[in-house]
Design a protein. Structure first.
Length: 314
């Protein structure tokens, strides 16, 4: 299963923080690109392709501060990554899988971002001279240089024929990965969002003294219906989610949100038509001045093993 390097995980966290600091409702590709400027692998590609990182940073900050007024919402709301943000991460994962790699680096995310056409992030990268071809050429030179340093590798260019051959090999591996993925059954998502209840949860004395408000959201990965019949028997029944959550929070005190999330995920075990589940709990009143403390967990069945569930909005 392809994972993310720790640097990429930190970049994703920074991009959400950048949006939060500006009270933006969404984390966009521009937030992600700004955070990638501090990622070692992404910065190496940018520098190798002669991009002025300081100038790029200044332009991105100016754009986010001055041109994203429509994203601004009241404080305390949870930031969500945009669909383009999620597509770029998924594209980077697929690219690494196709190359038989094991981890997504900042460089992989950067190249995947270039392919997201009609976005300001891709446009500003192109304006600074970073295109898919220049980035791939630079990486090919590094890969082809063996133990040589970056500066030594940059003086040894691959021929056009060698570069095209390497890109063909990558595409062939991508086809193989795509073929394997066709074995994954078709599915659709059922989202139960913003369910409000009260629960006895937490380790602090004030939390154990009385029940507190709890927000719960869940996403079910459901098998595609066998037909187009407008019948409840044709689709996954999700009533068990709400009923099960209400029963759980009434049944006992939970010290940890992690434990409650795990027990909620247990509800989906063996359910007809359910291939996997994501759940998020959120304590909105636990600390003054804090919008909430949330926990998100997932459990994918064998059919969706390796699916990048963290890219799905809950």
């Amino acid at each position: 299963m392809v994972g993310l390097t720790r640097n990429v995980e930190q970049a994703l966290e920074r991009s959400l923080q950048l949006a939060t600091e500006r009270k933006h409702a969404y984390a966009t590709l521009e937030h992600l690109l700004l955070s990638l400027l501090d990622d070692r692998d992404a910065a190496e590609v940018l520098s190798g392709c002669k991009v002025d990182i300081d100038q790029l940073r200044a332009e991105l900050v100016r754009y986010l501060d001055n041109d994203c007024a429509s994203f601004v919402v009241g404080g305390g709301q949870q930031v969500h990554p945009t669909a383009a943000f999620q597509r770029v991460i998924q594209r980077a994962v697929l690219h690494v899988e196709a190359a038989l790699g094991s981890e997504v680096s900042g460089a992989n995310v950067l190249i995947a971002m270039i392919a997201e056409q009609d976005t300001h992030a891709a446009d500003i990268l192109e304006q600074h001279g970073l295109t898919h071809l220049t980035a791939e050429t630079y990486l090919s030179q590094i890969l082809g240089s063996g133990s040589k340093s970056t500066s030594e590798a940059s003086s040894t260019s691959l021929s056009t024929e060698e570069l095209l051959a390497r890109q063909r090999a990558i595409r062939e591996r991508a086809v193989a990965v795509a073929a394997a993925r066709r074995e994954v059954p078709p599915f659709y998502l059922i989202r139960i969002s913003g369910m409000e209840t009260s629960a006895s949860i937490g380790i602090h004395g004030f939390e154990q003294a009385k029940r507190q408000r709890l927000m719960v959201s869940a996403v079910l990965f459901a098998s595609a219906p066998a037909s187009d019949a407008d019948e409840i028997a044709n689709v996954a029944d999700y009533d068990f989610v709400r009923a099960g959550i209400l029963a759980l929070v009434e049944s006992q005190h939970f010290n940890l949100q992690e434990t409650l999330c795990r027990k909620i995920l247990d509800l989906s075990e063996g359910r007809p038509g359910v291939l996997g589940m994501i759940v998020q709990t959120d304590k909105p009143d636990v600390y003054p001045g804090v919008a909430g403390v949330a926990c998100r967990k997932a459990r994918m069945g064998p059919a969706l093993s390796g699916f990048p569930w963290w890219t799905v909005e809950v």
